[in-house]
Design a protein around this ligand. Structure first.
Ligand SMILES: [Zn+2]
Ligand SMILES: [Zn+2]
Ligand SMILES: [Zn+2]
Ligand SMILES: [Zn+2]
Ligand SMILES: [Zn+2]
Length: 270
């Protein structure tokens, strides 16, 4: 995909949320004399320009790294401070196209790395669940020990009961998804700075990966998921980019408030 020319981006010198510094760009080992672009200070204290920060983080992403670490040298060693994506996005002033590119790639890379490990209730061996849509898991250790297939429920840890595969529960009594229960029973909340939007559930499951997410009720209606880093609208549950096509940050969504979720989105590894 083509990204817009970074030359188009400039810092607003009046932006009081950024700290501008006079020190040279720490990401550029050979800063040119005539380069007078503004430098902003990252949380680790190092100075960056829009171009150097965008370029460095994009090169990390293109090499399969979605954790953004500061490459600046400090006493001959790399700083390696981790910059949250939220910070990179703000200080690199990512454009809409860049945000889409970053978030799609971060989510894809994080999903590949995400592993679902739990201990088998029979033998306590740690197992990885490969199919995130199926709660019925077979332990290979127990199965070869006992010479019969041992399947248990990833949710209630009892021996599997009923038909499978299944993603919501097994037939054992009391097998419930705690997250779903939370989504069903959580209080409602008001996003005080969003005009004209009534109460909405205080807990949402991230539409991309299913992570439980809350809104701190300040600022715009969008939140960034802490697990997959994809930003979504807390009100209508669409990706921010999609919601903003027919709405704006502090106004109601075109399709109103999404009802309480009754299933948890499953993170698909692409
Ligand atoms: Zn640093
Ligand atoms: Zn086992
Ligand atoms: Zn169960
Ligand atoms: Zn997520
Ligand atoms: Zn929305």
């Amino acid at each position: 995909m083509n990204l817009v020319d970074e030359e188009d981006k400039i810092y607003d010198p009046r932006d009081t949320t950024l700290t501008f510094v006079d020190s040279p760009d720490d990401l550029d080992p050979l800063p040119s004399e005539e380069d007078d672009s503004l430098r902003a200070q990252m949380s680790c204290g190092h100075a960056v320009t829009l171009e150097s920060l965008t370029g460095w983080c994009r090169s990390l992403l293109d090499q399969g790294n979605y954790v953004f670490k500061c490459p600046a040298l400090k006493d001959g060693e790399r700083c390696n401070a981790i910059w949250p994506y939220r910070e990179v996005r703000r200080l690199a002033a990512l454009t809409a196209e860049e945000i889409e590119y970053f978030e799609e790639n971060i989510a894809r890379l994080a999903a590949m790395e995400f592993c679902d490990f739990k201990a088998c209730p029979g033998c306590k061996t740690f197992l990885e669940r490969k199919d995130l849509t199926n709660l019925c898991v077979q332990c290979t250790v127990c199965t070869s020990d006992k010479k019969v297939a041992f399947q248990f429920c990833w949710q209630c840890f009892k021996p599997w009961k009923g038909r499978g595969p299944r993603s919501d529960r097994c037939d054992n009594e009391g097998c419930i998804n705690q997250d779903l229960e939370l989504l069903r029973t959580c209080k409602t909340t008001i996003l005080s700075q969003v005009q004209g939007v009534g109460p909405c559930p205080s807990i949402r499951a991230c539409p991309t990966c299913g992570q439980k997410t809350e809104h701190d009720t300040t600022g715009c209606k969008n939140v960034i998921c802490t697990r997959c880093q994809v930003e979504f609208c807390f009100v209508c549950l669409k990706r921010t980019r999609v919601c903003l096509q027919t709405s704006s940050h502090f106004n109601p969504c075109s399709e109103g408030i999404a009802p309480r979720q009754t299933s948890i989105p499953v993170w698909h590894r692409k």
